[in-house]
Design a protein around this ligand. Structure first.
Ligand code: FAD
Length: 381
């Protein structure tokens, strides 16, 4: 059996590695003409690292990423609102969360592939018959397989044409990210904090993702499509983060406007089905989420493992697709919805509302926090 994988992002690449371990043949196609070693960082949840452990990638990723001991939510004055101990995650769930540069993660996944990604291949049409499925590309070429896995991201053209959903929701927030060439003081290299401003959705964070690499992100509640040049965006970041305590100002001083990557944060309203005929959705194409739980890629990684597991144990792709969907859809949608609620919580306007919100987060019973962690990291693979 042969799979066509459309999209060479984290979801598509992980799927290819998982499928090759099940003895499947595949071809993987990416629209971009080449992979570039630019971009931001990412935090892979302990649940994603459980998948990578099973695929034999944990050691190499841990060698190439950062090492994290504590994750905090703090207010801008430095008061801790919530703590997650990464050692505790390892004890409870078997794996720790890993901060890493996206380009490093991508390069590592590419190294593990038995088939190279075919770049410059934008899929523009999919045709099915009883014999198989054909993907047609913008350059006039085509490829044939038994099934097609659409890992083509939130704006998945294959989902739009095959499943029909275009339910994009703007969260009210714009995010700017960058990787800065600098080293943090030793103590700062093993901790990270998501720091909440005094209202209006202002949040920021920085995290060591590898030698001489600091990943920084900033979000603010802003109207959809609000215009900012890179220089204006940097000025906004500097202004909003000026009252923030701790090392934030030193990090911000090293940001280069031209290196800022802007993302207007959307998700996809949960959809009722992830497959039709020989086509199945995976990752953001199936369940794009806002990044408030840091779980988008981690969920794509879980999808990849579970889909390969279902396909490996079945000669019938329809049965495999049904099993995959039923093993994944409730969990993925709960993450989308919880993350959406978090976005709305952090959007609260004004300092009084922010104070109440922070009090609620700080007063959360330990048992409630533990339940949330169990849900996120106790992945049933
Ligand atoms: C600000 C921000 C911060 C985030 N932080 C985290 C985090 O810390 N942890 C985490 O787990 N997740 C995080 N995420 C989410 C994460 O980035 C995504 O969930 C993840 O990248 C989804 O992977 P994917 O492979 O499904 O889709 P994508 O990464 O979107 O990859 C899709 C690929 O398909 C290609 N493609 C698209 N159309 C076609 C076509 N027609 N033909 C061929 N190829 C095509 C694209 O070029 C792309 O390479 C964050 C997201 C944002 C916006």
């Amino acid at each position: 059996m042969k799979a066509l994988i459309i999209g060479g992002g984290i979801g598509g690449l992980t799927t290819a590695i998982a499928l090759q371990q099940k003895g499947w043949t595949y071809e993987i196609f990416e629209a971009a003409p080449e992979y570039k070693a630019v971009g931001a960082g990412i935090l892979l949840g302990a649940n994603a690292m459980k998948v990578y452990e099973r695929l034999g990638l944990t050691k190499v990723l841990e060698e190439r990423g950062g090492h994290l001991e504590q994750l905090y939510i703090k207010n801008y004055k430095g008061r801790i609102l919530q703590t997650i101990d990464n050692n505790m995650l390892e004890q409870c769930y078997g794996n720790r969360s890993l901060p890493i540069h996206r380009a490093t993660l991508q390069a590592t996944l590419l190294e593990f592939l038995q088939q190279p990604v075919q770049t410059g291949k934008k899929c523009i049409a999919v045709a099915e018959s009883s014999q198989g499925v054909i993907a047609r590309f913008e350059d006039g070429s085509e490829a044939q397989g038994d099934i097609l896995i659409a890992a083509d991201g939130i704006r998945s053209a294959i989902r739009e044409s095959h499943i029909g959903s275009k339910g994009y929701r703007y969260s009210g927030q714009v995010c700017w990210r960058t990787t800065i060439t600098m080293n943090l003081p030793k103590a700062e290299q093993v901790t990270t904090a998501e720091v909440w401003g005094s209202g209006n959705g202002v949040r920021a964070s920085y995290i060591h993702v590898g030698e001489n690499q600091v990943y920084f992100w900033f979000t603010k509640r802003l109207p959809e499509g609000a215009h900012f040049s890179p220089e204006e965006a940097l000025a906004l970041i500097r202004q909003e983060l000026a009252p923030f305590s701790g090392y934030m100002k030193e990090v911000v001083a090293n940001i280069k406007a031209a290196h800022l990557i802007r993302s207007d944060l959307y998700d996809l309203a949960p959809i009722s089905g992830w497959h039709r005929g020989r086509v199945v959705l995976l990752g953001d194409a199936a369940h794009a989420t806002t990044p408030n739980l840091g779980q988008g890629a981690s969920q794509a990684i879980e999808d990849a493992y579970v889909l390969a597991d279902c396909l490996g144990g079945n000669n019938n792709y329809e049965t495999a697709f049904r099993q995959y969907e039923s093993r994944r859809i409730l969990r993925a949608h709960k993450i989308v919805n919880t993350s959406w609620q978090m976005a709305q919580l952090t959007n609260w306007k004004g300092s009084i509302a922010a104070g109440i919100r922070n009090f609620l987060v700080r007063s959360m019973p330990a048992s409630t926090t533990k339940k949330q962690l169990d849900f996120l990291y106790q992945a049933d693979l």
